[in-house]
Design a protein around this ligand. Structure first.
Ligand SMILES: NC(=O)c1ccc[n+]([C@@H]2O[C@H](COP(=O)([O-])OP(=O)(O)OC[C@H]3O[C@@H](n4cnc5c(N)ncnc54)[C@H](O)[C@@H]3O)[C@@H](O)[C@H]2O)c1
Length: 391
């Protein structure tokens, strides 16, 4: 079986998720399209680089990502750094002929996102595969929603209502990680989590054409975090820690018009006590409705207009062996999958794309379009007007 040597840059939360994905992929998908080999892991913090080498089973560690790009033995690069480093690493990797999976949002600026999409197109001419890690469209229940839509089971889509609500930054004493700094993150909630539901909305209902919205920053300063590693609010620094300004958004709400004529709304916040990874998508069509909530990710709710009056209502379909890759994960309905299996499914899609020489559905131009929607939201929040998404 063909082996693919992996170089992974950024050994934090998503570094771990990519390793879980690569190493579990062949356990579910066998024969695997190719075998990922954990070759080199890079983190700018030397202790993290070395510890993650041992923990995640890499052969080598380094603190400078150029070592991975310049290593002719590396076939595949996972970009799991904070957002402002995505463009430089991804473009260099693609130019060096490596296949790339880059975390979302694609970049910290629209210019970087554009340059990455262009570099990806150029590399694609030489058979190089690149992919953005918008994994939620690969949840089997979301895939099933897409199937219902494509089959016409809910008719013409009229309305798409999405939320992505989390609570981890609601506490003002949670630290000022890179996620609250514009020069590193590019955006707050908008790029971090609204981008995920923009992807799902466009995947299910087609391109968003126009937006009008609001953006708010409630917590305007936070205690400076020690060590530079985002521990997702688990580090509490006490009341005496130095505070610095937050210059990104906490919350975004916007109305959307789709090119298809459908309308809808997207709300995202990281300050919603009681909501954890509350990704919801509800679609109303002329013939029925669909509802998905990631906090119950193995379920899709469906309602069909043609059901008899006295039986009409939402019913729950539990995803399992009959659904997207369900035949290879766990073969009894109700055993359920979680985030780890989802990252294995994502890695399968990526490695299969490399093996078959076909670009995956979440190619970098998809990430660039999501950034253009985010840019329109930003402009609308400033002007108070409807703003067209750049084509
Ligand atoms: N797909 C998802 O569901 C999802 C979830 C969380 C984060 N993300 C994305 O993943 C990326 C990483 O986020 P995270 O939560 O893992 O962050 P993190 O802070 O947990 O980890 C980032 C790591 O990168 C290292 N790093 C920073 N700059 C580097 C550089 N130039 N070279 C090498 N290492 C560097 C840091 O030291 C840190 O260990 C971000 O783009 C984020 O938006 C995606």
């Amino acid at each position: 079986m063909k082996k693919l040597n992996v170089g992974l840059v950024g050994a934090g939360f998503m570094g771990k998720a990519h390793v879980v994905g690569y190493s579990n992929m062949p356990k579910f998908f066998w024969p695997a399209p190719a075998m990922p080999v954990m070759k080199t892991i890079c983190d700018i913090v030397p202790e993290i680089a070395e510890e993650s080498r041992e923990r995640f089973g890499f052969e080598k560690s380094c603190t400078d990502w150029h070592e991975i790009i310049n290593d002719p033995e590396i076939d595949v690069v996972s970009v799991c750094t904070p957002n402002n480093a995505h463009a430089e690493i991804t473009i260099a990797a693609l130019k060096a002929g490596k296949h790339v999976i880059c975390e979302k949002p694609i970049a910290a600026t629209l210019e970087d996102a554009k340059a990455m999409a262009e570099a990806a197109e150029e590399a694609a001419q030489k058979g190089i595969i690149s992919m953005n890690a918008y994994q939620y469209r690969r949840v089997p229940a979301v895939d099933l929603a897409k199937k219902f839509i494509d089959e016409g089971s809910i008719g013409k889509i009229l309305n798409v209502r999405c939320t992505y609500l989390q609570s981890w930054s609601a506490d003002p004493s949670s630290p000022l990680s890179w996620r609250f700094q514009k020069d590193i993150a590019g955006a707050g909630t908008l790029g971090d989590i609204a981008s995920h539901v923009i992807d799902i909305a466009q995947y299910l209902a087609g391109d968003i054409d126009e937006v009008t919205g609001m953006m708010k920053t409630y917590i305007t300063e936070r205690p400076v975090q020690e060590g530079g590693v985002d521990l997702l609010g688990t580090v509490k620094l006490g009341d005496n820690a130095e505070k610095k300004p937050v210059d990104v958004d906490d919350e975004d709400s916007f109305l959307v018009k789709f090119k298809s004529g459908a309308v809808g709304s997207i709300e995202a916040t990281r300050n919603a006590w009681g909501r954890n990874n509350f990704i919801t998508v509800e679609l109303h069509g002329t013939l029925g409705s669909l509802y998905f909530n990631y906090e119950r990710l193995n379920e899709l709710q469906v309602c069909f207009a043609n059901d008899p009056d006295d039986r009409r209502g939402f019913k729950t379909i539990y995803t399992g062996p009959a659904h997207f890759h369900g035949d290879v994960t766990w073969n009894i309905p109700g055993m359920n999958i979680g985030y780890g299996e989802l990252k294995a499914i994502e890695m399968y899609e990526f490695i299969k794309a490399i093996a078959e020489g076909k670009q995956p559905s979440t190619k970098l131009s998809v990430g660039y379009r999501i950034e253009r929607v985010c840019d329109a939201v930003r402009k609308s929040a400033e002007s108070g007007c409807w703003v067209k998404v750049e084509d």
